[in-house]
Write a protein that binds this ligand. Structure first.
Ligand SMILES: Cc1cc2nc3c(=O)[nH]c(=O)nc-3n(C[C@H](O)[C@H](O)[C@H](O)COP(=O)(O)OP(=O)(O)OC[C@H]3O[C@@H](n4cnc5c(N)ncnc54)[C@H](O)[C@@H]3O)c2cc1C
Length: 423
């Protein structure tokens, strides 16, 4: 291993070679990767791999635990899902969405775009390969990326396992006694099986709100648990996306002024959400969005939700709003305000968490507490000794693109120095 490491740092060693097993190593399942190892084959992994290729960095290796690209979108999202933000804010670097796609592409359109993206840049992840441990070997100055069967060795590791790697499933008293199904939104496809059923949706982020609307469309009777205060904003204002309007205003005005404007316009367009049981946090929507995940936990409120029609259904009484759950029993749910209601099913729209801390050892880039970079956006994409993070900005695919470009440029600088020394 030591001899091997010396060769890697030798400028005359040829890093343009395809992955090979480590020469002279007794372990036949240890593989040297000349380019970076990318953990995760979702949009972030694909984006950074494409940017690396574009910069001339060859032989990046994408390791993906499932058998397809973007499994979150393919397998864990509901049928009616469309991108929440307009397509120009969701496209990956170097390839815009097709012109004939609508402003908010459907899940199927987004997936076909990703397939085309992978094809265009000839990205071929190694599927069914779960990374179980990654650690930096200070002795030889290389990263050891372990899967169940193989150890990959590289100078660079790019973490692209996403903010949504694992479902968050809360524990409620009496959960085992509840007689109906309890499922996470990652298993919810449509309201088809819930016709005439009373369904409790726990969590009021974009997914929870949209699942309630979907259930209404399938003649179910949804109720929504709203525990925290939250900002609901209209998806569009003045014929443009609220996100686009905010981005434009932020070029000229400070966050507080833009927040004031967004709240005024929202009040005018969707009315007083407090009256519907959805109280607004003290901090404005963009102020909240700018907080890091740990700071966010210390304030009341959540990142803003874009309304796609759910508020109208709450106003009309088709969707009821309840406070937090106290306990479950048989088919009853008791809420913290003392009310008890019968439900046939519970859908947990309780979000996801990062899984980085379970497999990435001993680094100062990610927080042990929540598996997110310790530095909030726009920092947090680069650690020490060739470690990078893509797609952990809490800014969706726009954040992914910004990270991917930066990482590729940074690695390309190191790569090109090596190549100049060779030729
Ligand atoms: C319902 C829903 C709607 C959304 N809508 C939008 C939207 O409209 N606009 C937007 O910008 N964002 C949206 N998002 C945010 C979403 O996170 C991003 O769109 C995008 O999927 C992030 O890509 P990613 O590659 O970072 O993460 P993911 O798509 O989660 O990909 C991570 C990949 O890493 C793999 N992986 C995890 N652990 C390992 C391991 N140990 N070894 C190997 N592979 C591993 C996973 O299998 C997965 O393929 C939405 C999210 C959800 C859940």
């Amino acid at each position: 291993m030591e001899e091997f490491a010396k060769r890697v740092h030798d400028p005359y060693y040829q890093p343009q070679l395809a992955p090979t097993t480590v020469p002279g190593d007794s372990l036949s399942d240890r593989v040297w990767v000349p380019g970076p190892v990318i953990v995760g084959g979702g949009p972030s992994g694909l984006a950074v791999a494409a940017c690396l290729k574009n910069q001339g960095v060859r032989h990046a290796l994408i390791l993906e635990q499932t058998n397809c690209i973007a499994p979150l979108w393919k397998m864990k999202t509901y049928d009616r899902l469309c991108l929440h933000l307009p397509k120009q804010f969701c496209q990956l670097p170097l390839m815009p969405f097709p012109k004939d796609f609508p402003t908010y592409p459907t899940k199927q359109q987004f997936l076909s775009y990703l397939e085309a993206y992978a094809k265009k840049f000839d990205l071929k992840p190694v599927f069914n390969t779960t990374v179980v441990r990654v650690e930096y070997d200070r002795g030889c100055g290389l990263w050891r990326v372990k899967t169940k069967t193989i150890e990959y060795v590289s100078r660079w590791v790019i973490v692209a396992t996403g903010e949504n790697a694992e479902e968050v499933v809360p524990k409620f008293e009496g959960m085992n006694e509840f007689t109906g199904p309890i499922l996470h939104t990652s298993s919810y496809k449509s309201g088809e099986g819930f016709k005439n059923k009373k369904v409790l949706v726990v969590g009021c982020g974009n997914s929870g709100m949209e699942v309630c609307l979907d259930l209404c469309n399938y003649n179910a009777y949804p109720s929504l648990v709203v525990r925290d205060s939250l900002h609901v904003l209209p998806q569009e204002m003045f014929g443009r996306s609220t996100f686009g309007v905010s981005m434009w205003l932020l070029k000229y005005f400070p966050v507080r002024i833009v927040d004031g404007f967004l709240l005024l316009a929202s009040r005018f367009m969707i009315g007083d959400t407090d009256k519907l049981g959805l109280s607004r946090p003290k901090l404005g929507p963009l102020e909240l969005k700018n907080l890091g995940p740990l700071e966010l936990k210390n304030v009341a409120g959540k990142t803003p939700v874009l309304d796609v029609g759910t508020l109208a259904k709450i106003r009309s009484g088709d969707i009821k709003v309840f406070p937090g759950i106290k306990r479950l029993a048989c088919n009853n749910v008791e809420f913290v305000d003392g009310r008890i209601e019968k439900f046939d099913a519970i859908i947990l729209a309780t979000g996801y968490r990062s899984n980085v801390t379970t497999w990435l050892k001993d680094t100062n880039l990610f927080s042990e507490k929540d598996g997110f970079p310790m530095e909030p956006f726009p920092e947090g994409w680069k650690g020490e000794s060739g470690l990078y993070a893509v797609g952990f900005t809490k800014r969706g695919l726009l954040g992914t693109s910004i990270d991917a470009v930066r990482i590729a440029e940074d690695i390309a600088r190191q790569w090109n120095i090596n190549m100049k020394l060779i030729y």
